[in-house]
Design a binder for this molecule. Structure first.
Ligand code: PGA
Length: 257
């Protein structure tokens, strides 16, 4: 099912698997249509299914990633690349080691850098020099964060160091041996960096995301809900499973009645 709310195209699927397949086919289409695309990629539990489906399509249809470049949204700080909780490790396991993307074309904020300011400036500069991100994939936090841009965000921010919210640390503790081991900081693309992408694809699944998706789409555009800024982007697609779509659908039905 498809609905359009303001500028935002919303695609509602029955299951997480279906959401993942749709997302994978959109990203793969981008790669096929423009083989030297710049992709913006996300981590977390939400896009894991999408990567699995992308790898399946890659294996069956011989999609060529050799000219593709990718920039990840964020990385914990400080963290070693070989740490299994790092996003560098996540990306390698879920996608990069399965496809023919060149190591030289993979960019992830460096959680091992000493000079964070220089790392951030260089990250934005590289995206800019390469012509900007063609398609940015996003998940969303229960607090409305995109990347690690937590509530009370500056909409003009570019790549920068962030302090993680307590909510985010709690949510991400499931990936670590204990909550105390979740780093309290990260390097994240800023909202400006994300909004400069030509196309945006946001994914969400599960009832836990239903309220924040509703606020993102129908709520006031406010730094308290960082994702609400997407209402002002010209080319956003949100793919939801039916649980994450629950409140959006109720709202749409009430307005029809
Ligand atoms: P999740 O995280 O996919 O693990 O729910 C999403 C996010 O925090 O952006």
């Amino acid at each position: 099912m498809k609905i359009k709310i303001g500028n935002i195209n919303i695609l509602i699927t029955e299951t997480y698997r279906e959401m993942s397949k749709k997302a994978a086919s959109l990203v793969t289409a981008q790669v096929i249509i423009k083989p030297n695309s710049i992709l913006g990629l996300a981590t977390g539990s939400t896009p894991a299914g999408m990567y699995k489906e992308m790898v399946k399509i890659y294996n069956s249809d011989q999609v060529d990633y050799s000219e593709i470049k990718s920039f990840n949204l964020d990385e914990y700080y400080p963290i070693k690349k070989y740490n299994k909780q790092s996003y560098a490790y996540y990306m390698d396991q879920h996608l990069f080691k399965h496809i023919n993307i060149s190591n030289q074309h993979i960019f992830i904020p460096n959680g091992e850098c000493e000079d964070v300011e220089t790392e951030c400036r260089a990250y934005d500069e590289r995206i800019h020099i390469l012509g900007g991100i063609d398609l940015q994939v996003l998940g969303i936090g229960v607090n409305g964060h995109i990347g690690f841009n937590e509530p009370d965000v500056h909409f003009e921010s570019r790549t920068h160091m962030v302090t993680l919210d307590e909510d985010t640390i709690k949510a991400n503790a499931r990936f670590f041996p204990s909550k105390d081991e979740v780093p309290s900081r990260a390097i994240s693309m800023g909202i400006r960096t994300i909004m400069d992408s030509k196309k945006i694809l946001l994914l969400a699944n599960g009832l836990g995301k239903a309220e924040i998706i509703h606020r993102t789409v129908f709520g006031e555009i406010s730094p308290n809900v960082p994702a609400s800024i997407l209402q002002l982007h010209k080319d956003v697609t949100i793919i939801l499973d039916k649980d994450a779509a629950e409140q959006v659908l109720n709202h749409a039905k009430c307005n029809e009645a």
